[in-house]
Design a protein around this ligand. Structure first.
Ligand code: HEC
Length: 209
């Protein structure tokens, strides 16, 4: 330190790097241009290493572990959630099942589909897969449920009552399904049956002969 104060000129010349420690030139020459053989800067190297590590972790979590969801999956989950909320809202309002509600449910795809499954299991043996009470040209024990002619009324509430309580005709009629499958499932079956009918269409009450 004391030297440099005395002779700044000399100090400057001393700072020149020794000849052998400078950046090396690489052997090749292109158009008279030569390259230094510099080491890559540390910031560059570290960015590169971190990216490599990040990619390996990302790849494992995203593509292997399912830790993250793709956009499609997220959209699907969102739609599912909306459907659940809608279904829950309908479920909540089932306390009051009247004609208005039941007609509404007859236009709800999910209720109709659930009801169809139940109908095919429990009812189609007598009422037919297509509600005509016929199978392969043979008359089944039940009555048709696809026409406007009803024994006990054709409004959804009438239909529901007969399913829950069974036919008043204890001899040739139909048993009560309320205790067997429960009201919740019957509501769905009614939705399915009413999906074959039109709200406000004229209803004909028939009597058994
Ligand atoms: C064992 C045969 C049988 C099964 C199974 C059966 N039904 Fe019936 N169902 C009948 C018969 C028979 C009648 C006619 C009742 C009468 O004459 O009083 C009837 C009547 C009805 C009626 C009244 C139709 C009208 O014209 O008013 C409805 C609605 C009905 N069934 C729905 C159902 C549903 C829904 C199921 C399934 C949960 C079901 N039935 C299962 C035999 C059956």
């Amino acid at each position: 330190m004391s030297d440099s104060q005395q002779n700044p000129q000399e100090e400057t010349s001393n700072q020149k790097p020794p000849a052998d420690s400078g950046p090396e030139l690489r052997d090749h020459v292109f158009d008279g241009i030569q390259e230094y053989d510099n080491k890559l800067p540390n910031w560059w190297l570290w960015t590169f290493y971190i990216m490599v590590v990040f990619y390996v972790i990302y790849w494992m979590m995203y593509y292997q572990g399912g830790g993250f969801k793709s956009n499609e999956v997220k959209v699907e989950m969102g739609m599912e959630r909306i459907a659940q909320i809608k279904a829950a809202a309908i479920e909540d309002s089932l306390g009051v099942v009247d004609n208005v509600k039941l007609w509404e449910l007859s236009r709800d795809e999910k209720f109709v589909n659930d009801g169809k499954v139940q109908f095919m299991q429990t009812c189609s043996a007598c009422h037919g897969d297509d509600l005509t009470a016929m199978r392969a040209g043979i008359k089944l024990p039940g009555v048709p449920l696809d026409d406007n002619a009803w024994l006990y009324g054709g409004q959804p509430e009438d239909v529901m009552k007969i399913i829950v309580d069974g036919s008043p005709d204890k001899k040739s009629g139909m048993q009560a399904w309320g205790p067997v499958i429960g009201e919740d499932k019957i509501i769905r079956v009614v939705a399915f049956l009413m999906s074959h009918h039109e709200e406000g269409a004229p209803v004909e009450i028939i009597t058994k002969d």
